[in-house]
Every structure is written in structure tokens, then in C-alpha cells.
Design a protein around this ligand. Structure first.
Ligand SMILES: *Cc1c(COP(=O)(O)O)cnc(C)c1O
Length: 381
């Protein structure tokens, strides 16, 4: 059986967790390993502030509080994404304005954003699908023109870049996920990256249950008290220790994934050239992190058949997001601006092949062989 995903494990995680338990005597958050993780992001990605969170969902919730979303405000997002991208804003009373995606990258179509802006629009939420960047120059230009915030959902995008800039560090705020299905993991976890420094102080407060505890520890205030709304967004040291082991080997993990991705791409190219399938497109200004390898089938029926065929051969391949705008909550909390030309149709064609750190070449070859056989009719089942 070839799993679709395996949580990343590099080898030093248990050592570091042991250190937390035996030496550091701090199990709650913001201990030595949490600090190391945050410094790693700040240095490597050259951003003013990284704060680990309990999830990317929670990083997005923090972002919604920071940009001061109030009932009736609108935010612009793609419909082809995970629920948390928009739920975090809906929880603060926002209405979601969905716009169509580009069929080539499955990212929000930057040329459709401007027409969706109203007097109530407060933010744009680009999602870097599969770790391939949205057109951030265009999105930032629009945001500047209308004084909107840009909050990157970079859950897929750790170690990817756009014109050399790490994803998550281009907008006002960037959100990462370290869920076990993402490239770097701590089981459940995330981070918020703060580029717009006006949010620095309030971010710490919101993350500390609405208290000024961080300022108190730094000696800036002599009393630690309730100053704002907030919640418990700080992950445990144990989780941070697991993540730090992977950050130390981030390049190794990234290269391993890219090798698998490139093997898929090269060996499935003939099928694409002959029109059987479509392969992912990577714009020239984007360096991706092989978060995902997907192909596109002709339609949903062919995709269902291929999933069954691969499953019969012991391979787990899965489809991805069902567009949010047509879901029960999506109808209630959002509206689609313009036409759904690509969101629904392209999402029904997309199939993700197994992709994880350590996926053996032998298995990749078997997967490729089975996909080719499905299309060329090499074998019946
Ligand atoms: C995984 C994911 C999230 C949520 O991440 P969690 O850490 O599980 O909360 C948000 N947005 C996108 C695009 C994701 O893929």
C-alpha cells in the first residue's frame, strides 16, 4: 500500500523532545525551541517577526482580529481553498467575496480582484496553492490603490518564493501551517509572520489571551493585565521541538520533495504532450516547494475511474478542495463575484498523487507506471 501522505520525520525530533522534558523544564510555549523556530523564520526568510501558533487556522484568526474585521466587512478570497482561509474571517463577522481562479496555477485570478472590491472590502487573502505563488505584485498594487490589507494563506508555501521573496513574507501578514499534511510539521501548529510592523505589539497581546504578558516579561510594564481580546494561540514546547528538528534540515526535506516532483513531471510529460492529462504550471518568477504533485484528468468521471484504478493497485490518490462557494456555509457567508468559469470545473479534474518526504523512488516509479497504464490501456482490472 502506498499512502498518500506520511507525516515528516527527520530523526532528531525525539532527542529534542527529550531535551524539553528532561532539561528545559518548560513544557508550555515560547521556551527555547519555540524561540529557535521563530528566529529561524525571521533570519532565513528575512521578516521582522514570526510567532508560532497552535495552527494555521489560528494564525488566520489572529490576522482577522489584527486587521480589525467587523460585522459587514468584506474580504476577497478564492473559493478553491481550505475552509480556514475564510472561516477565520467569517468568525469576526465578515462576508466572503469569492472570485474565480486561474486554471493554470489554481490560484486566485489577480485580474478579477479589482472588480470585486466594494466600499466594505477590507482585505485580500491570496492562497498560494500547492506552494506556487499568486501574482503578488499585481495583488499588492491593487491593495495599495484601495488601501486594503494583504494576508497570505501560505499554509502550502513554506520554503517557496516569488521573485526571490519567501511566501508568507510578502503581504502585511502571512500564515503558515505545520499540520502533519504539510511540508514541515509539529503535528498541529502554525505561525503568523508579521511584515507590517504596526501589528507587532497587538499580535503578542492577542496571542497571549488578550494580556500584556510579553511586555511584562520584558519589563516594559510593571503589571500583567487584560488589555484586549485574544485567545490561547501559543503551542507547547514539545511541538516546537519536533518542528525545530525539521527546520534544521529544511533544505534536505525540500530537495527530497523536489526530486520526487521532478520525477513525476518528467515521466508523465509524454502523457501530457499527447493530451491525456494536464501537468502543473510553475510561472517563471516562482520557485515552489513541491508541496503537492497533481495531474488534471479530462473530467470528474475519468478522475473517479483513475482513483479506483490506482486504489486497486495499492496506491492512494486523492482529489482536493470542493469549492467553498457552493457549500452550505459558503452560500450563507459568502457570494461569488463574477462567473465561476474555472473554480468548479478545474477542481473536478484535479488529482493529487502521493507526495511526502522519504517517498521511495521505487514507489514513485510504480505510481507513474500505473498512471501510464491507465491511460494507455496496458492492463485490465
Ligand atoms: C492546511 C491548511 C490550512 C489550515 O492549517 P491548520 O494548521 O490545519 O489549521 C489553511 N489553509 C490552507 C490552504 C491549508 O492547506
Amino acid at each position: 500500500m502506498i499512502n498518500f501522505n506520511k507525516p515528516p520525520y527527520i530523526g532528531k525530533e525525539l532527542d529534542y523532545i527529550k531535551q524539553v522534558v528532561e532539561n528545559n523544564q518548560q513544557l508550555c510555549g515560547d521556551g527555547p525551541f519555540s524561540i529557535k523556530c521563530n528566529m529561524w523564520f525571521e533570519k532565513r526568510f528575512n521578516t521582522p517577526k514570526s510567532l508560532l501558533t497552535t495552527s494555521c487556522t489560528h494564525a488566520l484568526e489572529m490576522a482577522a482580529i489584527l486587521v480589525d474585521i467587523n460585522p459587514g466587512d468584506e474580504v476577497i478570497a478564492p473559493s478553491y481553498t481550505f475552509v480556514s482561509t475564510v472561516n477565520s474571517f467569517v468568525m469576526r463577522g465578515a462576508k466572503i467575496v469569492f472570485v474565480d481562479i486561474r486554471p493554470d496555477t489554481m490560484n486566485i485570478d489577480e485580474n478579477l480582484i479589482e472588480a470585486a472590491i466594494t466600499k466594505k472590502t477590507k482585505a485580500i487573502i491570496p492562497v498560494h496553492y500547492a506552494g506556487v505563488s499568486c501574482d503578488m505584485d499585481r495583488i499588492k498594487e491593487i491593495a495599495k490603490k484601495y488601501s486594503l490589507y494583504v494576508i497570505e494563506d501560505a499554509a502550502h508555501g513554506v520554503m517557496s518564493t516569488y521573485k526571490g521573496k519567501p511566501l508568507g513574507t510578502i503581504g502585511d501578514l502571512g500564515c503558515y501551517s505545520f499540520h502533519e499534511t504539510k511540508n514541515y510539521s509539529m503535528g498541529e501548529g502554525g505561525a503568523i509572520l508579521i511584515q507590517n510592523i504596526k501589528f507587532l505589539e497587538r499580535a503578542e497581546i492577542i496571542r497571549e489571551k488578550g494580556t500584556n504578558r510579553s511586555q511584562f516579561f520584558r519589563g516594559y510594564v510593571d503589571k500583567y493585565t487584560w488589555v484586549d481580546i485574544g485567545s490561547s494561540y501559543i503551542p507547547s514546547e514539545i511541538n516546537a521541538a519536533y518542528l525545530y528538528a525539521q527546520l534544521e534540515e529544511a533544505s534536505k526535506i525540500n530537495n527530497d520533495r523536489l526530486n520526487i516532483w521532478n520525477t513525476y513531471y518528467k515521466r508523465l510529460r509524454d502523457l501530457a504532450l499527447e493530451g491525456f492529462i494536464e501537468l502543473p504550471y510553475i510561472p517563471e518568477e516562482c520557485k515552489h516547494n513541491a508541496h503537492m504533485f497533481y495531474i488534471k484528468c479530462k473530467n470528474i468521471e475519468e478522475r473517479s475511474k483513475l482513483i479506483k484504478y490506482l486504489s486497486y493497485h495499492g496506491i492512494m490518490a486523492v482529489f482536493h478542495y470542493v469549492p467553498l462557494h457552493s457549500s452550505r456555509a459558503g452560500l450563507k457567508y459568502g457570494r461569488f463575484h463574477g462567473d465561476d468559469t474555472y473554480t468548479t470545473e478545474e477542481s473536478e479534474k484535479l488529482l493529487r498523487l502521493p507526495m511526502y518526504f522519504g517517498l521511495e523512488e521505487k514507489k514513485v516509479n510504480q505510481i507513474i507506471k500505473n498512471v501510464i497504464e491507465f491511460y494507455r490501456g496496458g492492463e485490465n482490472y
